[in-house]
Ligand binder design. Structure first.
Ligand code: AMX
Length: 440
């Protein structure tokens, strides 16, 4: 079966029954205890959400439906199934979306079917193109992207059916599915229009119907080299989801729990992704590295790097690209990109400097006792990879991340409606409450 909607329509009743069983069997069990420090400290380490798509292990990193990043690189369909060489090994995002939605590794035919469906759904109407082309070019790419999704919200099938009072709760997932699939199909085109508007005199490039979702995105931005298309395939696959609690996924889920449609929900999620402690870090890493190169060049000593870290921290800033709220080891998504760059970009001076930094900086950060994890995260490498391949406009990088993250956020949103999850509404406490509760 290559029709994703039919496949998940069969899986949904089984999963609903599983959720019911978990609620009935374990509903009154205690998940854990948490402290005042956790309540005030960004809820670190508190399990407070249910997301069935992926989970983040502090040491192994992200695990998508039971599969690690290296396993997915091996098992997921590739753009050219006949090419077995290392130059054609990046997974197709179509494949990872199928896996996230169904829990099953897709066949090449199933990934192909999604490719055609997204091509078909991905047409962006002229009124939306005009809306983007009329935006001031000095808006940040993420602001433009978030606004463009809000513009597309007028086409939401869920919002229309709900407004007409034509939909019952048990069927919410279907129009959510339709909106989510439309959003995923359109977002690379919208993001490419933003890129061409901001950086290429608004000269747009038509979609190429032969290409896959990621390859077509590279093409519509204006990159025809095979290596860039492969890079974007891998990039869009590995950034797609990072369990439920990260800012973009959590925000999308929270807003969706109010039955705001997928466009409203993901636009909100994107605004969180646009923050420097989250998705903007990839742009920040590049800015950081370019500043460093301007001062010191690309051939530097380890001591130069260590001094630079001290300088950044003593001026009250963070070293972007290092650390994570959950991970306690190097992010496997960083390793994935190192493998790619060592094969495709082995002579690039900036990549070499980045690898030297990734060796030196964690040891240096370890000398600051407060930092729980000094190791490179996904954003440490991704911007530099894009820069070395010719996508040098670093203020755009978070938009590429956002195209990828649409996969995880949309898959989660469809499943949230299929599970019938309620509006999210945790309690909060004022300072007096803590005094009263814990007064000796
Ligand atoms: N450079 C300098 N200081 C750092 C640091 C870094 N890379 N990472 C952590 N710290 C500091 C924190 O700012 C905090 O300082 P404070 O107590 O004075 O406020 C202290 O170390 C303790 O932080 P932590 O418990 O180790 O991490 P956290 O969960 O509070 O924060 C994160 C996690 C990602 C925000 C943080 O490591 C950071 O700011 N890293 C740099 C920005 C970055 O790369 N973000 C991208 C993360 C991945 C993603 O979401 N895309």
């Amino acid at each position: 079966q290559t029709n994703l909607k039919k496949v998940i329509a069969e899986i949904i009743p089984q999963k609903q029954a599983e959720l019911k069983e978990v609620k009935e069997k374990f509903g009154d069990k205690v998940v854990g205890q948490y402290t005042v420090k956790q309540v005030i400290g960004g809820m670190r380490g508190m399990k407070g959400l249910m997301s069935d798509l992926s989970r983040c292990d502090p040491y192994q990193g992200i695990i998508f439906r039971g599969y690690t990043i290296p396993q997915l690189k091996e098992f997921l369909p590739k753009a050219d199934p006949k090419a077995a060489d290392q130059a054609n090994q990046e997974p197709l995002p179509e494949g990872i979306f199928w896996l996230l939605m169904t829990g099953q590794l897709p066949t090449h035919a199933q990934a192909e079917s999604l490719k055609h469906e997204w091509q078909h759904r991905g047409v962006v109407n002229q009124d939306c193109i005009n809306f983007i082309l009329n935006l001031p070019k000095d808006l940040h790419s993420m602001t433009m992207l978030s606004m463009a999704l809000l513009y597309l919200q007028k086409d939401s099938k869920f919002a229309k059916l709900y407004d007409e009072g034509k939909i019952s709760k048990k069927d919410y997932w279907e129009p959510f599915y339709e909106d989510a699939m439309d959003l995923i199909a359109k977002i690379p085109r919208v993001a490419a229009i933003i890129y061409r508007h901001k950086y290429r005199d608004s000269k747009l490039i038509d979609s190429d119907s032969r290409l896959d979702w990621a390859g077509n995105y590279a093409h519509m931005m204006g990159f025809e080299q095979h290596v860039v298309k492969e890079c974007i395939r891998g990039y869009l696959s590995i950034h797609c989801d990072h369990e439920g609690g990260n800012v973009s996924a959590h925000t999308t889920h929270l807003v969706g729990s109010a039955l705001s449609d997928p466009y409203l929900s993901y636009s909100a999620g994107l605004n969180g992704l646009a923050g420097p402690l989250h998705g903007l870090a990839n742009q920040e890493v590049l800015k950081w590295l370019l500043q460093f190169i301007e001062e010191k060049g690309t051939k530097v000593s380890d001591k130069d790097i260590e001094d630079y870290v001290d300088h950044v921290i003593s001026s009250g800033r963070v070293v972007p690209g290092y650390g994570h709220a959950v991970l306690r080891d190097t992010d496997p998504r960083f390793h994935h990109q190192v493998d790619f760059s060592k094969f495709h970009l082995k002579d690039d001076q900036m990549i070499k400097l980045l690898h030297q930094c990734a060796d030196v900086i964690p040891k240096k950060l370890l000398t600051y006792k407060k930092i729980a994890n000094p190791y490179p995260n996904v954003d440490c490498h991704s911007g530099v990879l894009l820069y070395s391949l010719g996508l040098t406009e670093y203020q755009y990088y978070t938009a590429v991340f956002a195209v990828s993250r649409s996969l995880g956020c949309m898959a989660n949103l469809i499943w949230s409606r299929a599970f019938g999850l309620p509006i999210e509404r945790p309690g909060s406490a004022d300072l007096k409450w803590f005094h009263d509760k814990f007064r000796e």
